[in-house]
Design a protein around this ligand. Structure first.
Ligand code: NZQ
Ligand code: ZN
Length: 393
């Protein structure tokens, strides 16, 4: 049965070689006149991208300030710094040049500018946003899907808390996507990105809620395409076509298209990863692959039909066996795929070893962040999550 849904994906996508040259025109189209260029550690400076963007804005007579230094698992302290800088410089548009971390930091600054009080209150879910300063994106890594998503994930570093806030208000006005800009990525980041892209669709695929045949077909196709091209990039990182496939998949995977007609998704692996990210600062996509196989084995009996369909239509399992055997074979093949692209399938391989106390805290915080219980494929409580973390050790 298909559930009712709203589909709202307003971001203008400008895709292809040299797309970033149109940046001035795009900012003007969406009403920007004084821009904060927000970016990460070094890659966008080293590649010359930031200089090219500044030149393009100068040519179009658009004023700009800049703030670099966003790190993966972006920090609240830099968000505060960005809000103050934007107020001081009268900024009316934020240009994120980077990946999910830079985009999310930009969205959070945008919220901070448009709402009274402490922006962290949104992430604590004690108030709702009433506005967001407009954000545009030049994407340099295909992964988080934040360039078209409504989500924003920030880490409050003094409390080791990584929290998400979602609102259509923060969906970027435009996303410039030139696959060539991702060619400087280390393989590990490319593959962690592919894993995250897949997980945004898998989290929506494994539900016990409604489903649509069309959504399933889109999801299964997307997953097969990402797996194929992730392996191509593992061996041939400069392959433009593979980069293009992955980049477009990243946006479609998380703009809610692959959730249309189901109950919105499970997202337990994400919620558990966010706690691992907050506590151990792990790479998001790798944290997901470290937890997913354990989540899948723990939950598959509650959603067996979906796991069988996944095994057959995505992982190519054709042997005749019981439904459980087919489902298990699908999970095993996904682990083999993760290993082929250099991703971990448990926390040891990820390089972390949480203590029992740390697992307890992460499980409690997962449930707290979820507001009581978590999941759709199987509804999880704190005890369930503790078991899954232990399975994933
Ligand atoms: O800082 P620089 O030097 O740019 O290095 C970055 C960073 O170290 C590097 N990088 C990016 N583009 C590059 C490059 N290196 C070389 N060449 C390039 N072209 O890649 C590293 C990772 O960057 P990051 O932005 O952290 O990656 P990603 O896009 O995976 O974002 C991860 C963050 O997004 C959140 C995650 O939790 C994590 O905090 N998520 C956001 C979501 C959303 N807003 O919708 C959904 C996701 O599920 C996710 O939770
Ligand atoms: Zn993700």
């Amino acid at each position: 049965m298909a559930f009712d849904f709203d589909y709202f994906s307003p971001t203008k996508v400008v895709f292809g070689r040299g797309a970033e040259k149109r940046i001035g025109e795009l900012i003007r189209e969406f009403g920007g006149s004084r821009v904060l260029i927000h970016y990460g550690g070094k890659s966008a400076v080293k590649s010359g991208l930031i200089d090219r963007i500044k030149e393009a804005l100068d040519k179009d007579g658009i004023g700009h300030a800049e703030l670099g230094g966003v790190v993966p698992n972006p920090r609240l302290s830099l968000v505060y710094e960005g809000i103050n800088l934007c107020r001081e410089k009268n900024i009316d548009f934020i240009l994120a040049v980077g990946g999910g971390s830079v985009i999310d930091s930009s969205k959070a600054i945008g919220y901070g500018l448009a709402n009274e009080g402490d922006v962290w209150d949104l992430f604590r879910h004690v108030k709702e946003a009433e506005g967001c300063c407009p954000v545009g994106v030049v994407l340099t890594i295909a992964a988080a899907g934040s360039e078209t998503s409504d989500s924003c994930v920030i880490t409050k570093e003094d409390e080791n808390r990584k929290r998400a806030y979602g609102s259509n208000l923060s969906r970027p006005k435009f996303a410039v996507m030139n696959p060539e800009l991702t060619m400087t990525l280390p393989d590990y980041q490319t593959q962690a990105g592919c894993a995250d892209i897949m997980m945004h669709t898998m989290e929506r695929y494994f539900t016990s809620g409604g489903n649509m045949e069309l959504t399933d077909a889109i999801s299964e196709g997307l997953l097969r395409v990402v797996m194929k091209n992730a392996e191509i990039l593992h061996n041939d990182p400069m392959n433009y076509d593979a980069r293009a496939e992955i980049m477009w998949a990243g946006s479609l995977s998380h703009n809610t298209l692959t959730g249309c007609g189901n109950d919105g998704g499970d997202f337990s692996s994400h919620m558990m990863e966010h706690e691992m990210g907050g506590m151990f600062d792990v790479t998001h996509g790798a944290g997901l692959t470290a937890i997913w196989p354990s989540w899948a084995r723990y939950c598959m009996d509650s959603c067996l039909e979906r796991f069988v369909k996944f095994a057959q239509n995505v992982m190519g399992v054709s042997e005749i066996g019981s439904d459980r055997e087919t489902a298990e074979q699908g999970i095993r093949r996904m682990e083999e795929f993760y290993h082929r692209i250099g991703m971990p399938v448990n926390m040891t391989e990820l390089g972390i070893a949480p203590t029992d106390e740390q697992i307890q805290v992460m499980a409690e915080e997962t449930i707290k962040a979820a507001g009581g219980s978590q999941g759709s494929a199987k509804v999880l409580n704190t005890e369930d999550i503790i078991k899954i973390y232990h399975m994933a050790k």
